[in-house]
Design a protein around this ligand. Structure first.
Ligand SMILES: [Zn+2]
Length: 256
């Protein structure tokens, strides 16, 4: 049974179970505050409980705000920096004669190949090239597509490499971008990887791949599953924590 109440500016989700003895609470990023209690606990009592915990809630929520700011702001100014495989690549505009803009990544540079002519005419019209929303969105899409292209090719190579090393073969590897997972493995042996993993350092990417490949053998998170992960990725606990802490880093790749 789920119900919602308001406390200060927050939405609180209440979950009741008949035999729960005490009130407990969790807060999570982008989710309502969750209170669990029994069927008899009055809303008045829940509000008193929340009142007592207000400082704790405040502290945790403001920490979440900080976490959200981990992701760089998407800007197409020369010198803007973006995470790519755990390092920062620096945006640099280069003039091209080609008909279309495109991005390429070379060593620590993220090159924006753009046409001089369209750039000049646009900038003289509007004063600022990116003040036009339309062209800004178009550039953003091209940028995200480039990231995705690099991601898929890099992740494919790594899955291939680990698959040989672990002697575990997925029936297929697919790339997607679910909101809150980095990878999954179906009972048919299909591995799905979130291509936005590409922002993270190679060790983290490899951990996710090893994790999903291990599911081909153990479709659960049993001790034998973790044993297999640890065999190929001894630092998996640290890497998993790193990944959780940096959950919001790829946010700049969201198209809005
Ligand atoms: Zn898993």
């Amino acid at each position: 049974m789920t119900e919602f109440i308001k406390f200060k500016n927050w939405t609180v989700q209440i979950e009741r179970e008949a035999f729960r003895r005490s009130i407990s609470m969790t807060v999570a990023v982008d989710k309502p505050i969750r209170v669990r209690t029994n069927l008899l606990c009055s809303n008045q009592k829940i509000l008193e409980f929340l009142n007592e915990k207000e400082k704790w809630i405040q502290k945790n929520l403001s920490q979440f705000e900080k976490i959200k700011q981990q992701s760089p702001v998407l800007s197409f100014e020369d010198g803007a920096q973006f995470p790519f495989m755990g390092r920062d690549v620096i945006l640099k505009k280069v003039i091209t004669l080609g008909a279309k803009d495109f991005f390429s990544i070379f060593e620590d540079q993220l090159l924006w190949h753009t046409q001089k002519i369209s750039f000049d005419s646009l900038s003289s019209q509007s004063g600022d090239f990116l003040s036009s929303n339309l062209s800004s969105l178009k550039i953003q899409k091209t940028f995200v597509q480039a990231y995705q292209r690099y991601a898929i090719s890099e992740l494919q190579k790594r899955v291939q490499w680990w698959s040989v090393k672990m002697n575990l073969k997925p029936s297929n590897v697919k790339f997607n971008q679910p909101k809150s997972r980095w990878g999954s493995c179906s009972s048919q042996g299909v591995i799905n990887l979130n291509w936005k993993l590409i922002v993270f350092k190679p060790e983290i990417i490899d951990y996710v791949i090893v994790h999903e490949l291990s599911h081909l053998k153990h479709m659960n998170h049993s001790p034998s599953f973790w044993g297999l992960v640890a065999e190929f990725c001894p630092d998996y606990k640290i890497l998993r924590t790193d990944l959780r802490k940096n959950f919001y880093t790829p946010k700049f790749l969201d198209l809005n």
